[in-house]
Write a protein that binds this ligand. Structure first.
Ligand SMILES: [Zn+2]
Length: 556
């Protein structure tokens, strides 16, 4: 997970209105900063080898977290076998890799142009179950932003048949460039994410989908596209993988797209403008085709989600979930000092420590009316896969899961006067969080960069896209001690020098007082949800509302 940089302007406003940090309200327990520090230090120690899924580091992590959950007084809440719950949920993961360099050829009106993997194009190893890809001269169709959004009266496909064809799409959503329209303006809706575009192409039976890269709407450069697409790929093992993936998924460079359009007698910029309107119709790139040929190495590895639970006293079949991922990057490329262990002390030993201590607090309080599940998921770093697997194979029904509170990469320093969440979603759970935070002397600072789509890059999203109200808490950076200058400096230093690097290590001078303070608020929020009978929902204009409302009759 990438921690968020809050904007200076928003910070200035929030610190102006923030009260001094107030003592926690009477009902919230006190969280022990020393225990948070000890747990973080253990999980981030070299002995845990960077907590790579399906490595010896996973075994160590699972044993340790289960021991902590047991000691806290939680019950096992994982896979059900012979009437007994295990402490884990097995998560089978598909691992695929292209063998050698793929042969990729663009045919432009009879002229064959070979494309170099990683340079003009970045094709992913397929996750639809294929063991080889052999595409011969498939036609290419430009489908605008590749969006079907009935609640916004928007359909880029207009009934075009994509069978046997490769769809070519723009990244982000139709109103990103104008900043005004039906897709949240600058903020990215799920329709803007490439994951959505692949899924939509699969629903339409396309042979492939290529996303045209542009740095501003993607929010990252080509290097990121290349690094995250041409290496080993992972997905959950799906019952029907072709319903989620097309055989050929990839990106092409903007300049290549412009020249492909030109060869077909089309103007890329003009068509992009048209794609920003409802009247857009798909356009065939005349006399052009793409061929692709390569073999695929495919295997299944098994990782695990760790699941602790407190059964509800009154409504055991209704669930509140706290979640955090335990995995990190494992052992990898050495840094300048020769360190190869990616300890992940902040990302996400902090969230796991928080999860254990929340479990401890609830286990020592009067029983909640609803069941509370403490879900420590795997493979977040491989693409939110542990949470995706849980949400696709829920241990407790999603329809009666009242809400999900996720924690990822928390700040181990002193307390803040503010907090944030990933993305700019509107939901009742956020209103509740804002109200609770006020009692803890904290104000809400919105994600200042919602166009980057952080909402879709943390584990709560696996639940959100299925309609479950879900939110990812983010530590603030208007520090009580040092204000936003200190908070922002620490944030920037972390992103530059430690994020996803072997140096994300436990530090003796981390006080953990901020986390201890914030956990009081997150406890209050979850406790209210577990004892109030309330069913928070998404705002009426949210793209996740419809999925929730389908199961409304199960929440009476
Ligand atoms: Zn991460």
């Amino acid at each position: 997970m990438k921690r968020l940089l809050l904007s200076t302007l928003a910070m200035a406003i929030s610190s102006a209105v923030a009260a001094a940090t107030a003592p926690p309200p009477v009902h919230a327990p006190t969280f022990d900063k020393q225990r948070l520090s000890d747990i973080d230090k253990t999980l981030a120690s070299d002995a845990f080898e960077g907590r790579g899924p399906a490595t010896p580091g996973e075994t160590k992590t699972i044993d340790y977290v289960i021991a902590q959950m047991k000691a806290a007084g939680l019950q096992p809440g994982g896979d059900l076998k012979d009437g007994q719950r295990a402490w884990t949920q097995a998560v089978p993961l598909l691992r695929t890799e292209i063998i050698g360099s793929p042969t990729l050829t663009l045919d432009l009106g009879g002229t064959a142009e070979p494309l170099v993997q990683g340079q003009q194009i970045a094709v992913r190893a397929p996750m639809d179950g294929s063991t080889s890809v052999d595409i011969s001269k498939a036609p290419l169709v430009f489908v605008g932003y590749g969006v079907t959004a009935p609640e916004r009266d928007w359909d880029d496909f207009k009934g075009v048949d994509l069978h046997g064809k490769i769809a070519v799409v723009l990244v982000n959503d139709p109103d990103f460039e104008s900043g005004k329209g039906d897709f949240g303006g600058k903020a990215m809706t799920y329709y803007g994410r490439w994951t959505y575009k692949y899924e939509e192409a699969a629903r339409r039976g396309a042979l492939g989908l290529l996303v045209i890269h542009e740095s501003a709407p993607a929010s990252y450069g080509w290097a990121t596209v290349k690094n995250s697409n041409i290496n080993t790929m992972f997905d959950i093992v799906r019952k029907n993988p072709t319903s989620a993936h097309v055989p050929l998924e990839g990106w092409i460079q903007h300049d290549l797209a412009v020249s492909m359009f030109r060869h077909a007698g089309l103007d890329f910029d003009a068509l992009k403008k048209q794609a920003q309107t409802r009247d857009f119709k798909p356009v065939l790139l005349k006399d052009e085709s793409l061929s692709a040929s390569f073999k695929v190495d495919k295997s299944v590895i098994t990782s695990h989600n760790i699941v602790g639970r407190i059964e509800g006293s009154k409504y055991p079949d209704q669930t509140v979930i706290y979640s955090a991922h335990w995995d990190h990057l494992g052992v990898g490329q050495p840094d300048a000092k020769g360190d190869r262990i990616y300890n992940g002390a902040i990302d996400n030993a902090t969230g796991t420590a928080a999860l254990i201590e929340l479990g401890n607090a609830f286990a020592h309080a009067p029983k909640p009316e609803r069941t509370i599940v403490f879900l420590n998921v795997t493979a977040e770093e491989k693409g939110l896969l542990g949470s995706e697997y849980y949400a696709a194979n829920p241990l407790y029904p999603l329809a009666t899961t009242a809400g999900v509170i996720n924690m990822d990469a928390l700040d181990p320093h002193g307390p803040s006067r503010n907090f944030t969440i990933s993305g700019s979603a509107k939901l009742g759970l956020l209103d509740d969080m804002i109200a609770d935070a006020r009692k803890f002397g904290m104000t809400y600072t919105p994600d200042s960069n919602p166009q980057a789509g952080y909402f879709f890059r943390s584990d709560h999203f696996s639940f959100a896209k299925r309609g479950v109200p879900a939110i990812s808490f983010g530590s603030g950076d208007d520090w009580v001690d040092g204000g936003m200058a200190a908070g922002e400096a620490a944030e920037k230093a972390y992103t530059k020098d430690h994020y996803h690097q072997p140096s994300d290590q436990w530090q003796a001078d981390w006080s953990f007082t901020g986390m201890a303070h914030d956990l009081g608020m997150l406890y209050t929020l979850g406790s209210k949800l577990a004892n109030s009978g309330e069913w928070p929902n998404w705002s009426t204009d949210s793209e996740f509302r419809a999925a929730r409302d389908v199961t409304a009759d199960q929440r009476k």
